[in-house]
Design a protein around this ligand. Sequence first.
Ligand code: SF4
Length: 471
Amino acid sequence: MLQQAIYDRELHEECGVFGIFGVPDAASLTYYGLHALQHRGQEGCGIVSVDADGRFHRVKGAGLVTEVFSGDKLSKLAGSMTIGHVRYSTTGGNTSENIQPFLFRHNSGDFALAHNGNLVNSVQLRQYLENRGSLFQSTSDSEILAHLIKKEARCDRPRIFSIIDALNMLEGAFAFLVMTANRIYACRDKYGLRPLSIGRLHDGYVVSSETCAFDALGAEFLRDVEPGEIVTIDTHGLRSRDYSQYKRRQMCAMEYVYFARPDSDIEGCNVHAFRKETGRILWREAPADADIVVGVPDSSLSAAMGYAEASGLPYEMGLIKNKYIGRTFIQPSQELRERGVRMKLSAVRTIVRGRRVVLVDDSIVRGTTSRRIVAMLREAGATAVHVRIASPPMTNPCFYGVDTSTYDELISARKSVEEVGREIGSDSLAFLSKEALLQAGGRSELCLACYTGHYPTALYQSVTQANKDDK
Ligand code: SF4
C-alpha cells in the first residue's frame, strides 16, 4: 500500500447542539448524543444541566467529548434536563470563553444557550448592545442572542416573548437551544439553513442537530423544528409558536453533500440515500471511460456507490483512511491546518495498479487535497484518474457557519473547470449540476449560495469582510 499524508479535510461545520428534557441522568445520555455529533466540531464541547432544585451546573472544555468528560466529570451534572454543544470555531476564534453552552445569570432567571450556525449581522448587533451597556464574555456571535434576550427580558411577561423579540433581530443561520430552570426552547432560523430535530426518549424529549444522535440513544424521531419556529419543551410536552411569518426551506446543501453523517435524516431525506442519488445522476451527467470507481473516504463513499451502481463499473476500495490519527492534528485555522496533518489516506496499489480510475469526491475547495489524492493514485499505478465531484463548483464563500469566508480560498472562484482539472492533475474533471442537488433530495429549495452567489439572507458585514480578506 502506498501511503501519503493528506491534509485536514478542507471544510468545517461550525457546531452541533443537543438537548434532553425529562429523562433521568440526562448528562450521561447527552454525552453519547454529543459523541454522535462529534463530526460537527472537535475543538471543544460542553454540557449544562439543571437539577431538581433548578440549579445550573456546567462542564466544558477544549477537546473531544471523551477528553472533556473524562473521569467523573459527568457526575457534576445532576438533573433530568441538559443542553450540550460541540464546537468548531469560525466566528469568534478558538478560545475557551467561546466554548458553549453559555450560562447567564439574570434577575429574571438564569439560562443557558447553545448555537449552531452563524449570524450575518453580529457586528451591528454587538455594537448596538455594547452601546447600551452589554458586556460580552466571549467573541462568539452566539452570545448575542443571550444579550438580546436579557435586554428584552421583563419580570412582567413570560420569557418566550423576550426570546421571540430577540430572534426577530437575528439575521443568518442558526439552530439555538435555550434552557431555563424548567424548560428548553428549540429555535431554527426562518430560512431553514441549519437542521434541528426533536425525538422522544422514554417519558422525555431529545433535540439534536442530527438524527444520528437519536439512534445512538434509542430515541424515536418525532419531527423537525420548522424554519421560523420556536418549540417549547417542558412538563406540558411540546408547544409550537412561529416567531416569524417569513419561512423558507433553504437547508444548506452542504449538510447533505458533506457535513452530516450518512445515517442522519435531514428534513425527511436520508443523507446516504441523497449522496448515492447524486452519484447516480453524476454518472448520467458525466460518464467516464474507466475500469473502477473509487470514493474518497468517508463522506464520498455513498456518492461513489451510486456512480458505480448507475455505470455498472465495479466499486472498489482503492483508498483507505487511517482511522487512528489523533485529534492533535485537527486544527481550526488555515495556518495550523497547513502545518497539521490530520489523516492519512492510503492508495491500495493492488487494486488501482493498471486500472483507469473514476475518483468520486464530494467537493473541491482549495484543490490541494484533490491534487494530492490524484498524485497518490498515479503513484500507485493508476493509468488514468477521472475526477467526478458530487456537487457543483464552489464559487462563492459561505457566511452561514462554514469556514470558506473568502473568494481567495476557493479554486473554482478563480479558475474554469478545465483549469481546475489541470491544477489537480486529473485526466478529466466534471462537477454535478445544481439542479441535480435539488433532484437528489426531491426538493424545490436548498441553499445553493456557495455555488450560485444567491444568498438567502442580507449579508451586512460579511461581504465587506470577504472582500477585505481578499485584498
Ligand atoms: S452557502 Fe453553501 S455552505 Fe453555506 S449554508 Fe449555503 S449551501 Fe451551505
